[in-house]
Design a binder for this molecule. Structure first.
Ligand SMILES: [Zn+2]
Length: 280
């Protein structure tokens, strides 16, 4: 698979542990520390094995980017576990920066939001900030080196720092992922527990539309998995195009969330595959 984001410069390092075997579950944010270097200087520094580290990409204060590892490679960023389960992005800057300092670096932060949104879309990572406990529980999402360090205790780093505006980042990523969102407009407030209830034809329960759709997805997925234990190729990018509204956790795998239009498309894809598999 091609890289989900094309950087301004490609300065690929051999500081890696080969190709990742599992899926990209998370996107981790780091800071480079020291004085502000430009993107090419950061990447060139990490060409040397003696540097002892690497990322997938770095972003400098002007918003220029350099790639150090292709997406499918395991960088030397945040310890064994996080290196293998995520995409690592490092910002020129320091964990000691204030919130205002980060927000004033608008070219760098805007580029970070663009890149994180591209990875959420490409790999189906929900645009949700995950703290250490959720990482340990297997949740997918956006996180930091600091939270990975608390979760798995494989490093002791605290970047990108306690003042880093994760709330701002997650909001900006959501605005980029949802193309119908109008900048500055309030986010939709229709949560997973809102909406009218309708009586079920199966038993006496009353369920919301969002619940019916997720139950149907779960039932269809059971049959689909039975028929195709190895899965079936699906264009992941198509699934992340034109998403609308809120995401709801899947009843099949609650570490994943999808919007209702995504569930409908997943159900359509699986029912079609089941129909073909049954020869009808
Ligand atoms: Zn780090």
């Amino acid at each position: 698979m091609a890289n989900a984001y094309k950087c301004d410069h490609d300065i690929l390092t051999a500081n890696d542990d080969g190709k990742r075997k599992g899926p990209v579950k998370r996107i981790y944010i780091h800071t480079f520390e020291g004085r502000d270097l430009d993107a090419t200087a950061m990447a060139r520094y990490q060409l040397s094995p003696a540097a002892g580290g690497s990322y997938h990409m770095v972003i400098d204060a002007k918003g220029m980017t350099a790639r150090e590892n292709d997406d499918e490679f395991i960088p030397w960023s945040a310890g064994w576990t996080a290196n293998r389960d995520g995409i690592h992005i490092s910002l020129a800057g320091q964990a000691a920066f204030s919130r205002d300092t980060w927000l004033s670096r608008d070219k760098q932060m805007g580029k970070l939001a663009d890149i994180v949104a591209a990875y959420c879309r490409a790999y189906g990572v929900p645009a949700v900030y995950r703290k250490a406990g959720e990482l340990k529980a297997g949740k997918w999402g956006i996180s930091t080196h600091a939270e990975a360090a608390i979760a798995w205790r494989e490093t002791d780093h605290t970047d990108p720092g306690r003042n880093f505006p994760m709330d701002w980042l997650v909001d900006q990523v959501n605005r980029r992922i949802n193309p119908v969102d109008i900048p500055g407009a309030p986010l939709p407030k229709v949560g997973p527990t809102s909406g009218a209830k309708y009586p079920s034809l199966i038993d006496n329960r009353e369920l919301r539309l969002s619940e019916y759709i997720r139950f149907i997805d779960e039932k269809v997925t059971r049959i689909f998995d039975e028929l195709y234990p190895e899965g079936k190729d699906m264009s992941a990018n198509a699934l992340y195009t034109g998403m609308q509204g809120d995401a709801y956790p899947s009843y099949v795998d609650d570490s994943k969330s999808f919007t209702l239009d995504q569930y409908v498309r997943l159900i359509d894809f699986k029912v079609d595959a089941i129909r073909k598999g049954m020869g009808v």
